[in-house]
Design a protein around this ligand. Sequence first.
Ligand SMILES: [Zn+2]
Length: 385
Amino acid sequence: MPSRESAAPHDQNYLLRDLEVTPVRFRLNPRAAPPAAGLDATIAAFVRDHPGATMNDLRTYVPGFGEGPYEAARAVLTRLVSTRILVLDGQVPLEELDLRYERVACCDVCGESSATHAVVFWKHNTPVVRCAGCGLLYANPRWKAEYLFGRYTDDYWELYRDKVSATATDPVANQARWDPVLTDLAQALPAGRILDVGCATGEFLLAAQARGWAIQGLESSPIGAEQARQTTSGPIYCGTLEIAPYEDASLDVVTLWDVIEHLQSPRAYLERIARLIRPGGLFALTTPNIRSLPYALLGRDWEIVGPNDHLYYFAPRTLARLLARTGFAIHSMRTQTSGATVWRQWLRRPALQGLAPGLHAVTWPVLDRLLLGDELYVIARRRED
Ligand SMILES: [Zn+2]
């Protein structure tokens, strides 16, 4: 099936688009009579001495096997397997094949061993698996942190600045964008000390400041943090949450907008956030909703699915379980629906595109009532225990 995804220019260094399955290993069949001479005999002897060898090993180390076309080499190995001289011996794990990858040992939400978690789909050469214990979808094996964060280069911030420019340069539009969230927070808790983790260039904090909150921001990118310092008057810490100098129970509210899906361990991160919020304080977050109409319609082609960037795909149930495990009680859980884009993607044909806004208008109230919208939006309270 042709993929409808398209690579943004800044993505190209991060994708290996030619590998959707990992190569197989070969072993010599001990019950077969080995070939007497020729290339077949050399290959059989190499595999006998190197059980688990791959096609790449054979083409690299067996004289005369690596020079010809790949298809011819594959035909030789296929014949040796079909005549039972060689047998297949499993696949090469992705993390052995490509050193940018690491394998996660257990589910971050429920702790079940990842050994039995089946692949749901591949995208960008990375498998997304489902935890058999709690249903969480997550990338495994996945890119190591140093490669993930390599994405947030100057180019990324150029694009991000363009994306937020309409609201960032217009305080009235920015306030209108964030006022519904700030009203939700104010109804649950009078204004106090708020920390936005992953504050990017500071637009949410600017709106919170205008509503009387004492603001602080944390941003790991120096470019984003510097911009946030110019946007707001609150202290902006540039670094990671793990080493940020915040005292335990010192905050009334922590917000985490569209961050959790990028983290190596959401559980460890939320445990840290739980320590920073005073008992009874609030934690608000958003993350894409994998149990949503867009995912049901588009599957892995949905634009938010990109496992070299979004490592975790939460649904209402898995997010609720993670929050309960890390010391939070849910105050409210809703979904948001961003617009008609998903319908346009689903309709495909230009002649049908005009139907997208109508479909969106009819479906979104129902979707949000059933928690099937694009994005989960949760306000949780720090438990007293
Ligand atoms: Zn699980």
